[in-house]
Design a protein around this ligand. Structure first.
Ligand SMILES: [Fe+2]
Length: 392
């Protein structure tokens, strides 16, 4: 994350004696990315962050993925996946995945266990409900419309806040997720043309200081899953500083970039990850050239699969296709997509669109996971032709 935070107590100089009230040293932990040549934070623990007392292999809920064959645009109705309550981490229902990113959906009504994703960063989008994201860095309160970025290997848990269930879209990367580089100065400050900036970003504000012994942490790592038991609670940090921490940003603070004619898709980019981008479509004034056609033109993103999660408002270009709140469309490379028939004419003269959607564009093809197929609207592919099924 491009800006520095300092929370709780830290000594004036790094790597110097910093003592607890009983005279013993606090235990330093440096978390750093890219071989300590990129962002890092320095945390001060009451207890050793290295002290584990047990390690067991853990078998996560089974999942698999299969190629998008036959190649088709897909429409997934995620709200059909509503079922028995789940926790917001182990209860994730995987929908789409490749070797760079996995996209899941969960409706959660109970706290998750402590969890560490040692494979990559996570970007969570809150469709509805509210939660506390607790970590060694402190607490982040999140609500509908928030993105939360959890850096690789941060131990955290998600505690849904009643009364409503928490609906999350989880984007798990194989590397790091951050703001688009073109919006940052060489020293990491958001530039003037960025659609969001430091004032829109929230981070933890106070240490949690949990005292507990023999604490389980589920670790997803590069070779599987393991359950570690820590001698002391990992949220025992009295202070930390640095550029690496969980942070939140509301889609409602994303300032849309508009123009006289239709703006290209990169204006919606919000984050970049390894071989993918995340974009936000937010309510905005639309194209104001006197002859503008405000919905998108037909387009073929030849190097990317495009996943779009419809999270609010009305998505004008998709009207008549069955798309609803919680829908996901997948428009793969190898297929030209565009607005539904009639949408361009209908949109002429519109002054604003009230749409809210999160898009993930991937450079490698997205495979389909079993929950995706179970909530698929199989007629979507033929809607541009005004049909509900293939001939015959
Ligand atoms: Fe598209």
């Amino acid at each position: 994350m491009p800006y520095y935070r300092s929370v709780g107590e830290v000594p004036r100089k790094r790597h110097t004696q910093f003592r607890q009230p009983d005279g013993s040293l606090y235990a330093e932990e440096l978390m750093g990315q890219e071989g300590f040549s990129s962002d890092s934070s320095l945390l001060y623990h009451r207890y050793l962050p290295t002290a584990i007392v047990a390690a067991d292999e853990y078998t996560p809920p089974a999942w698999s993925r299969s190629p998008n064959l036959p190649l088709k645009p897909r429409h997934l109705r995620t709200h059909k996946l509503d079922g028995a309550g789940a926790d917001p981490i182990l209860g994730r229902q995987h929908l789409l995945a490749n070797d760079d990113v996995r996209i899941s959906y969960v409706v959660a009504d109970r706290p998750s266990p402590l969890y560490r994703n040692a494979v990559g960063d996570e970007c969570l989008y809150v469709e509805s409900g509210a939660a506390r994201i607790e970590s060694a860095f402190g607490v982040l309160g999140v609500t509908a419309g928030d993105y939360v970025v959890i850096p690789t290997s941060v131990v955290y848990r998600i505690v849904p806040v009643a009364p409503d269930p928490l609906r999350l879209l989880a984007i798990e990367a194989s590397g790091h997720i951050g703001p688009p580089k073109r919006y940052l100065s060489v020293r990491g400050q958001f530039l003037e043309h960025s659609p969001y900036c430091e004032r829109d970003v929230r981070g933890p504000e106070a240490p949690l200081l949990v005292e507990e012994t023999d604490v389980e942490v589920y670790v997803q790592h590069r070779r599987g899953w393991t359950r570690h038991v820590y001698a002391n609670h990992p949220f025992d940090v009295v202070g930390w500083d640095g550029h690496l921490y969980p942070w939140a940003f509301s889609i409602h603070d994303f300032e849309p970039i508009t123009g006289r004619v239709h703006q290209p898709p990169p204006v919606h980019q919000t984050f970049q990850g390894p071989n993918f981008v995340i974009c936000s479509f937010v309510p905005r004034k639309v194209d104001y050239h006197p002859l503008a056609v405000p919905v998108p033109y037909n387009h073929h993103n030849v190097d990317s699969d495009e996943m779009l999660f419809y999270t609010g408002g009305n998505y004008e270009a998709r009207r008549g296709s069955g798309i609803e709140q919680g829908s996901i469309s997948l428009h793969p490379a190898g297929f030209t997509h565009g607005p539904q028939p009639g949408a361009p004419e209908r949109a002429i003269g519109a002054e604003s669109f009230d749409e809210l959607a999160v898009m993930v564009d991937t450079f490698r093809p997205l495979d389909l996971c079993a929950p995706a197929l179970s909530c698929e609207d199989s007629g979507y592919a033929w809607t541009w032709a005004g049909r509900t099924r293939p001939p015959g």
